[in-house]
Design a protein around this ligand. Structure first.
Ligand code: ADP
Ligand code: NI
Length: 249
């Protein structure tokens, strides 16, 4: 016989003060986020959240960060992103706080998770975005790793396409944004985004574990860009070995 959900949740809480209640909060949060973000087409879909959670939990084990705070912050970090709320940076931490309060989560955990979400985003080449706890550092690294490499390339073009941005405008140079306002206002071609954010991420990782992963993803993006420009100029296949000049068949 199926156990009614309300009975199950009380039983779990009573049987296990801490672990069981936390497992239930995580399961309910996952269901909430999954439902809110499924099928999203800008690269901020449920599977982005899923990858960030997996990576963040792996980094948390290596760095000794609190797995509960890390998992909640990873699950909720894009639930109300400023990019989709008219630039309002407080929408994300507020939505996370409201959800966690409704789920009965402890005040310290709510404060920590919303502070992580408030400080997470990349804000431009010239803007520092320090994270003040090990939990914040691993969630930020995991989110940034997902903007790099093969997946990061796919997400950048999905995001650009969703806003009607061109792939590449050869006469439009990339900019080094000195303020978050300038970064947010930018409407350039997606190739510029590689120079304005994605290629800067390797040197902004917080943890040594993430830096190792970032190195491979960074090199892959460099090879991709070399190839992109070779094809753009019709230079691929013109040399004797057919490698397009980037040494990569
Ligand atoms: P952040 O928290 O740093 O804003 P997110 O995890 O919310 O990062 O996701 C940002 C994703 O959107 C990244 O994959 C990034 O490449 C993409 N993105 C953001 N701005 C642009 C842009 N102007 N052009 C192309 N992709 C973009
Ligand atoms: Ni994200």
């Amino acid at each position: 016989m199926a156990v009614p959900p309300a009975f199950l949740s009380t039983a779990v809480k009573m049987a296990d003060d801490g672990g069981g209640a936390r497992a239930e909060v995580l399961a309910r949060t996952e269901a909430h986020v999954r439902q809110a973000m499924s099928g999203e087409g800008t690269g901020h879909d449920w599977w982005h959240i899923h990858r960030v959670r997996q990576t963040a939990l792996r980094l948390a084990r290596e760095e000794g960060a609190d797995a509960y705070v890390v998992e909640l912050a990873a699950l909720l970090h894009d639930i109300a992103d400023h990019k989709f709320h008219g630039g309002d940076e407080t929408a994300g931490p507020r939505a996370a706080r409201a959800w966690l309060e409704g789920a009965g989560v402890e005040d310290e955990v709510i404060a920590h998770v919303s502070a992580i979400i408030a400080g997470l985003s990349f804000k431009g080449a010239g803007v520092a975005t320090p994270m003040h706890t090990p939990e914040g550092r691993v969630v930020q690294d995991a989110d940034r790793l997902d903007a790099m490499g093969a997946v990061g390339i796919a997400r950048a073009f999905a995001y650009g396409g969703s806003l009607g941005r061109p792939l590449h405008e050869p006469e439009q140079p990339p900019e080094a944004h000195a303020s978050f306002a300038a970064y947010k206002a930018s409407t350039g071609a997606t190739i510029n985004h590689f120079h304005e954010k994605l290629l800067l991420l390797r040197d902004r990782m917080n943890t040594a574990s993430a830096r190792r992963v970032a190195e491979g993803r960074h090199r892959f993006m460099e090879r991709y860009l070399a190839r992109f420009h070779a094809e753009w100029e019709g230079e691929d296949g013109m040399d004797a070995d057919g490698t397009g000049g980037d040494g990569d068949a």
